[in-house]
Design a protein around this ligand. Structure first.
Ligand SMILES: [Zn+2]
Length: 352
């Protein structure tokens, strides 16, 4: 839904081309076989950037999210998508596609209401429901929140903060929601300065058409698309360059003996990588009552999980995750603890 007064996203782009590294990690076909691991990495290339700006796109996903992602990919842009919860619930695969295309995901409320007229508990419920929909669809826990219409107050800010999100408004309004032409959108984006954030929207043809010129202008000024820092709300370099090589230290130890039952396939991706930690999203195919065994490499440690019930072996590095009715995608955040290259290995996937 397009807001009537503007609000919404800002994309950041990594200047260098992103490569998607797909590693068919040894299907150490444990007795059960069918253990697939796909690794998606999107390193930002080492281009000359004098600064970073945050490109944001609000109100998605929409019926034209795919078209937007195509334009962004073609221009090597990584952006922040402030999604509306009910849109995510209605089109989870589009939300997933945003993450797969290297975009960052923020919370833009459940149904784009005027939230300053809500009480605290209603705000909390609205934002929590939205985060749940986003996590369920993408495995990503939003760390940024943009209030619809940019309307906020201290209660809303504190609710967002209590849910682990930083409020982000914008510095530059592209006016795309207000019928701006392509050239007007390009001109508005031309005002962006280092660290600033621009409001744009998913679902608007002129916005998509403006992106190549916006990027040409930014490039000419040495500005690159960046991520929005959850600590400062400013555009910064995408951090945590993902590994371009498989982990050099394979996990040791014997694969956990899986319980009797059928097999399934578990596929891991890493939608978010920060300087000190990263998220792993695992999607299971082949059954809804699943058990997935994941091995970490020391000294990495998991500190948060979602959409599953975890248990640990005595070493603390082998996690058994069981379905808990939250769907077939679970996730967890791993602290690197000095080892930024290793990624978890899926040892088995069983059902029943
Ligand atoms: Zn909006």
């Amino acid at each position: 839904m397009i807001s009537s007064t503007g609000d919404s996203g800002h994309p950041s782009r990594s200047r260098a081309s992103r490569l998607t590294v797909r590693l068919a990690v040894l299907a150490t076909t444990v007795a059960l076989g069918a253990v697939g691991v796909a690794v998606s990495a999107t390193p930002s290339s080492a281009a000359a950037c004098n600064g970073y700006v945050g490109l944001t796109f609000d109100d998605g996903p929409t019926g034209s999210t795919g078209a937007l992602l195509n334009v962004l990919r073609a221009n090597n842009v990584r952006a922040t998508m402030f999604n509306v919860g009910q849109n995510v619930q209605g089109n989870p695969s589009a939300a997933r596609a945003q993450v797969d295309a290297g975009m960052w995901i923020g919370n833009h409320s459940w149904n784009h209401a005027h939230m300053t007229s809500m009480g605290q508990s209603q705000m909390q419920s609205d934002l929590s429901q939205t985060n749940s929909a986003i996590q369920s669809a993408t495995g990503v826990r939003p760390q940024l929140f943009r209030p619809p219409y940019g309307e906020t107050n201290s209660t809303l800010q504190s609710v967002a903060s209590s849910l682990g999100m930083r409020q982000v408004i914008w510095d530059v309004d592209s006016q795309d929601w207000n019928g701006a032409s392509v050239s007007q959108i390009v001109a508005n984006a031309g005002r962006l300065q280092n660290g600033q954030v621009i409001l744009m929207h998913d679902g608007i043809q002129n916005t998509r058409d403006a992106i190549p010129q916006i990027m040409a202008n930014l490039n000419s000024r040495g500005l690159c698309p960046g991520m929005i820092s959850p600590s400062t709300g400013r555009a910064v370099a995408p951090d945590g360059t993902p590994p371009t090589n498989p982990p050099t230290t394979p996990p040791t130890g014997t694969p956990t003996t899986p319980p009797a039952g059928g097999t399934c396939t578990a596929t891991a991706t890493y939608p978010n990588v920060w300087g000190d930690r990263y998220n792993t999203s695992v999607t299971v195919q082949g059954g809804s009552n699943w058990t997935v065994v994941v091995a970490l490499t020391a000294p990495q440690k998991v500190n948060t999980t979602w959409n599953g019930t975890p248990s640990w072996d005595s070493s603390g590095y082998v996690m058994t995750m069981r379905s808990n009715g939250s769907g077939n995608t679970f996730g967890f955040t791993t602290m690197m603890n000095g080892n930024s290259g290793a990624r978890p290995q899926i040892r088995s996937c069983t059902t029943g």
